[in-house]
Design a protein around this ligand. Structure first.
Ligand SMILES: [Zn+2]
Length: 245
């Protein structure tokens, strides 16, 4: 049904179309992922020049045509310039956009994913932040939002929440000290690493990026997320090759 739709969201991608237009993909609070045309966005005096690029967070009024949306009005609220002005931050940010774009769905509730992306873009722009750690926190929380991840809080075998010491070899859950001998391919987890994994799984997105880890725990945490990524994300993102890690 034709009509207008007002959405708040981040531009995930922006592609030139024809001579002057663009097609943008938005991750929105109101309607999940939405693709829209921006007519005349590439004309130098267009009012859309500043709002039709990736990374911009803003308010967009979309006209719903028969088969597509067109941007009627737009108001940029945040540009994430500390991300786009630094090459390493920008590469990491591009990876985050690509991940969000891959998993987000149209007409779905993507508020958590939007909030995760928004926070991640805010923190990668801050001085002295551990980009690699932020990346793996972002990936793990993405798996949680997708609903595909191991239960990190109870032993997969007996259900206890105490003395969890191992990630099962099939990566489907954790095992307690009593049950660990039944899994020959399991991966031993230190208490701190398990706690970090549980923290990411359970914590509010606003507090998600607030921790740092000691070097050995950091290494173990990243190793576990890399293994989970292979099993639960199982997709090759193009922007990964530009990351220095
Ligand atoms: Zn057990």
């Amino acid at each position: 049904m034709p009509g207008n739709l007002l959405v708040n969201g981040i531009v995930l991608s922006s592609m030139p179309i024809g001579e002057y237009d663009k097609r943008i993909v938005l991750l929105t609070k109101e309607a999940g992922k939405v693709a829209a045309f921006v007519r005349g966005a590439r004309k130098p005096n267009s009012p859309y020049v500043g709002i039709s690029n990736a990374f911009i967070y803003g308010e967009f009024e979309l006209y719903r045509g028969r088969s597509s949306y067109t941007v009627n009005k737009a108001n940029a609220i945040e540009y994430f310039t500390s991300v786009t002005s630094d090459i390493d931050n920008m590469m990491m940010g591009s990876f985050f956009l690509e991940v969000a774009n891959y998993y987000a769905q149209e007409n779905a509730d993507e508020k958590m994913r939007l909030l995760l992306l928004y926070r991640a873009l805010q923190v990668i722009g801050k001085d002295g932040r551990d980009l690699e750690l932020i990346r793996y926190i972002y990936e793990l929380k993405t798996m949680i939002i997708n609903g595909e991840y191991p239960n990190l809080f109870e032993c997969k075998n007996c259900g206890t929440g105490d003395e969890l010491v191992m990630l099962s070899g099939n990566l489907e859950g954790v095992l307690c000290n009593q049950c660990k001998s039944g899994d020959k391919s399991g991966i031993m987890l230190s208490k701190s690493t398990l706690y970090a994994l549980q923290y990411v799984a359970g914590s509010d997105i606003k507090k998600l990026f607030s921790f740092e880890l000691k070097p050995d725990i950091r290494e173990e945490f990243i190793d576990v997320v890399k293994r989970l990524e292979v099993k639960y994300m199982n997709h090759e993102f193009n922007s990964v090759e530009f990351l220095k890690m």
